[in-house]
Design a protein around this ligand. Structure first.
Ligand code: AMP
Ligand code: ZN
Length: 667
C-alpha cells in the first residue's frame, strides 16, 4: 500500500516538474493552468496525508509559506568576484591587448546581457537544489534557499547528464511589468513606492515569509557554472549544457569570434535594451575557453577573463515648464519639475523629481531653463544639469514656497533633513486622506473594498473626514460614486462592519499615531489593556516599555492631548471598534502564577523575551513593563543593568535567573 502511495507521489512530482519546465524554461506549456492546479492540489493532499514521503524539492514548495527568521551566513566555497568595468570601446581594446599578452592564441568571447538584479549562487547535488546563497561580500552571503525555491525559473530537480556536485550562479531580477504591478498595488494601499526593480528584487529575497516572495513574481537567469569538475572546454558549451539540465539560460547570449563582433553586440543592445522586458545596465564579456580563463586568472577583486561594459545613462535636453510641489500622505513635500515632453530611454518623459530645496539650489534652477535629464536605474528621471547658455536673463530663480500648496499652512523644515513638511496633519487634504487610507490598509483594519481612489472620492464628496466616519456611511451615500455598483457598495458596508472584530493592537496601529508602527502598536497593546489606559499613560510610563523612546512617547502623549483625536476615539468606541484588549487567546496551562507580576531584563539565553512573557501568561501571571513596588519577580539574563539595581533598592522584589524562573513554572 505504502509503496503504491510513494510511487504515486513520485510520479506526480516528476510530472509537475516537467510541466514547470515546459512552462517557465521552454515557454511551451503542454497542459492547461487548470489541469496543472488540479494535479498540484492532488500532490499537496497526498503530501499532507503522508508526511513520511517529504521531499525538500517537491514542486509544492513553489507556493512558499516557509518562514525564515534569520538567514544563516554561509561561506562561499568559490569566491563570488566583482567584475571590472569598461565604459567605451577603447577600454575594451586595452582589455584585449592585456589578454593577448598572456595568451598567444586566438581568443573567443561570450557576450551576455548584464542583468540588473541580485546575484545568487545555487548548489546542486545529485540533480537536486540543495542551497541558495546571496553574494554578500563575495566571501560569504546569506542562505535564502526557501525563498529561492519559490522562483519558477529556478529548477528544483535537474534532468539529463549533470555532474553530481556544482554551483550555478545567476541573477534574480524583477521584470519591469511585475515591478510596476507591485508599485501600483502599494500606491493603492498608501505605502511608499519602491525605487527600482533591482532594489526590489534583492529586498524581496530577504523577506521572512517565502509565500510573500512568491507573490513578488521574481525571475532568474543562470550564467555561470562553477565546480572542480568541469564537463566542457568552453563557457559557451557549459551554458548549452546547463540549458539541457533544465536551467534558464539567456537567449541573448552570443558567441563572438572577434572584438568587432563584441562591439556590434554592444551597440545593438545599447540601442535596443529598452525593448527587453527587464532592465540591464550593460554587457558582460567572458573569455570562452576554460583553459584560457585559467591562464588569465584573477586580480584581487575580479577575474581577468571577464569584463563588464557599462551603458551610459541616457541624457536629453528639454525645457522646464514649471515646478509644482506635491504634498504626500505624511505631509512631506516633493518638488516636481514639469518638462516639455521628450523621448528618453524608450519612454516619453514629462516630469522629473527635484527631491528637495537643496537640490534645486545646487542646480541653480531658473524658470524655463533648458535642463539635461537623465535616466539611471530609477524609474523617475532626474535633472543633472542646466544649459546655461540658453537661459533667458529675464527668468527668475526658482523660489521654494513658504506655505503648503494644499492648505496654506506654513511649512517646516527639520534641521537634520532637507525635506519640508506641512505640519497641519489633521486638516491638510492629502494628509487627511492618507490617514484614512492607512486606517483601512491590510495590516491595520483591513477593510476590503475601500481603496485609495474610493476614499479620495468619499472625501471629495465630504462623506468622510476621519476613520470614524466610515462607520456612519450608508449604502445610499456610496452608490452614487463613480464606478460603484450594488455589490461593491455592499462590500464596503460589510468590510466596515467586519473591521469591528479587528483586535485592539491593529486598531492602535490603524489610528495613525505618528511613529507608532506595527511593532510599537503591539508592544503598547501588550502593556495597556485599553485605549483609556493608554491615554492616561505619561511619557515617563511609556519610556519604560522596551523599544519605546522619547520621540515615540511624546508623540503618543501629544496624540491623546488633541481634542479632535479624542473625539474620533470616542466615536470609534461608540461604533463598537475594539479599543479594549479582547479575551486573550493564549491557552492557560495552570494558575500557579496567579496574581503575580513579572518583568524580564538583560539578555536571555534559554528563551526569547516573547516566549518568556507568553509562559507567564499561560500560567496565569501578568507581565508588567517597569520596576515598581507592584513587581513580584524580576527575571534577569546576562548584563542586566538599571532595572536590576532599582529592584534591589526596592527590596521586596524577588530576583530570579532564567533557570529559577523555569523551576517556578514546572514545579
Ligand atoms: P558589479 O556589481 O558592477 O561589480 O558587476 C558584477 C555583477 O554583475 C555580478 O555580481 C552579477 O550580479 C552581475 N551580472 C549580471 N549579469 C551578469 C552576467 N551575464 N554574468 C556575470 N555577472 C552578471
Ligand atoms: Zn498642508
Amino acid at each position: 500500500m505504502n509503496d503504491k502511495i510513494s510511487q504515486q507521489i513520485e510520479d506526480l512530482r516528476a510530472e509537475l516538474h516537467q510541466h514547470n519546465h515546459n512552462y517557465y524554461i521552454e515557454d511551451h506549456p503542454t497542459i492547461s493552468d487548470f489541469d496543472f492546479d488540479v494535479k498540484l492540489k492532488e500532490l499537496q493532499e497526498l503530501e499532507k496525508s503522508y508526511p513520511e514521503f517529504y521531499d525538500a524539492n517537491s514542486p509544492t514548495l513553489r507556493v512558499g509559506g516557509e518562514i525564515t527568521k534569520n538567514f544563516p551566513t554561509i561561506q562561499h566555497q568559490f569566491r563570488m568576484y566583482s567584475l571590472d568595468n569598461s565604459y567605451d570601446f577603447d577600454d575594451l581594446e586595452d582589455w584585449e591587448k592585456r589578454i593577448i599578452k598572456t595568451i598567444a592564441e586566438p581568443v573567443e568571447f561570450v557576450a551576455e546581457l548584464k542583468y540588473d538584479g541580485a546575484s545568487i549562487s545555487i548548489f546542486y547535488e545529485n540533480g537536486k537544489l540543495k542551497q541558495a546563497v546571496t553574494r554578500g561580500d563575495g566571501f560569504q552571503g546569506d542562505e535564502i534557499t526557501a525563498n529561492v525555491k519559490t522562483i519558477s525559473d529556478i529548477p528544483l530537480t535537474l534532468s539529463g547528464n549533470f555532474p553530481t556536485q556544482f554551483f550555478m550562479r545567476g541573477e534574480i531580477y524583477l521584470a519591469r511589468k511585475n515591478f510596476n504591478k507591485i508599485n501600483k498595488r502599494r500606491e493603492e494601499e498608501g505605502l511608499d513606492l519602491f525605487m527600482n526593480p533591482r532594489n526590489t528584487a534583492s529586498g524581496s529575497l530577504k523577506m521572512q515569509d517565502s509565500a510573500e516572495v512568491r507573490k513578488r513574481g521574481l525571475s532568474a537567469v543562470l550564467y555561470q557554472y562553477i565546480s572542480t569538475e568541469i564537463p566542457a572546454k568552453t563557457h559557451w558549451e557549459l551554458l548549452q549544457n546547463a540549458r539541457k539540465w533544465g536551467f534558464k539560460v539567456s537567449d541573448q547570449a552570443k558567441l563572438c569570434n572577434s572584438l568587432d563582433e563584441v562591439k556590434s553586440f554592444i551597440s545593438y543592445w545599447d540601442e535596443h535594451r529598452h525593448e527587453l522586458p527587464f532592465e540591464i545596465d550593460g554587457i558582460v564579456l567572458k573569455v570562452n575557453s576554460i583553459k584560457q580563463q585559467a591562464q588569465l586568472g584573477y586580480t584581487a577583486k575580479s577575474p581577468r577573463w571577464a569584463m563588464a561594459y557599462k551603458f551610459k545613462a541616457e541624457k536629453v535636453e528639454t525645457e522646464l515648464l514649471s515646478v509644482t510641489y506635491q504634498v504626500g500622505r505624511t505631509g512631506a513635500i516633493t518638488p516636481v519639475a514639469n518638462l516639455k515632453p521628450v523621448l528618453l530611454a524608450g519612454t516619453i518623459v514629462k516630469r522629473a523629481s527635484l527631491h528637495n530645496e537643496d537640490i534645486i539650489k545646487k542646480l541653480g534652477l531658473h524658470e524655463h531653463d533648458f535642463v539635461f535629464v537623465e535616466k539611471g536605474g530609477e524609474i523617475i528621471p532626474k535633472i543633472v544639469g542646466i544649459n546655461e547658455e540658453k537661459r533667458n536673463i529675464a527668468n527668475k530663480e526658482i523660489q521654494y514656497p513658504t506655505n503648503c500648496p494644499e492648505c496654506g499652512t506654513e511649512l517646516i523644515r527639520l534641521d537634520d533633513q532637507a525635506i519640508h513638511f506641512c505640519p497641519n496633519d489633521l486638516h491638510c487634504p492629502p494628509q487627511v486622506v492618507g490617514r484614512m487610507i492607512h486606517y483601512v490598509s491590510r495590516k491595520a483594519l483591513n477593510i476590503e473594498g475601500l481603496g485609495a481612489e474610493t476614499i479620495e472620492q468619499l472625501y471629495r464628496e465630504k462623506l468622510v473626514e476621519n476613520p470614524a466616519d466610515f462607520y456612519a456611511l450608508t449604502k445610499e451615500q456610496i452608490l452614487p460614486l463613480e464606478r460603484m455598483a450594488e455589490k461593491s457598495a455592499q462590500n464596503i458596508i460589510d468590510g466596515v462592519e467586519n473591521s469591528k472584530q479587528i483586535p485592539f493592537e491593529k486598531v492602535l496601529f490603524g489610528i495613525g499615531i505618528k511613529h507608532v508602527g506595527e511593532t510599537v502598536a503591539k508592544k503598547l497593546a501588550k502593556n495597556y489593556d485599553s485605549i483609556d489606559d493608554l491615554k492616561n499613560a505619561t511619557a515617563e510610563d511609556l519610556i519604560q516599555i522596551e523599544d519605546i523612546g522619547e520621540k515615540i512617547a511624546d508623540s503618543i502623549v501629544k496624540f491623546f492631548n488633541d481634542s479632535e483625536n479624542m473625539l474620533m476615539i470616542e466615536r470609534l468606541k461608540s461604533y463598537g471598534v475594539q479599543l479594549v484588549k479582547g479575551d486573550s487567546v493564549t491557552e492557560t496551562l495552570s494558575n500557579i502564577l496567579e496574581d503575580k507580576t513579572f518583568l524580564f531584563t538583560g539578555k536571555l539565553s534559554l528563551f526569547t523575551r516573547e516566549a518568556a512573557e507568553e509562559m507567564v501568561e499561560k500560567h496565569g501571571g501578568k507581565n508588567i513593563s517597569a520596576v515598581s513596588k507592584n513587581l513580584n519577580y524580576l527575571v534577569v539574563g546576562e548584563k542586566a543593568g538599571s532595572k536590576l539595581k532599582k529592584a534591589q533598592t526596592i527590596g521586596t522584589i524577588e530576583i530570579l535567573d532564567e533557570q529559577q524562573f523555569l523551576n517556578l513554572i514546572t514545579e
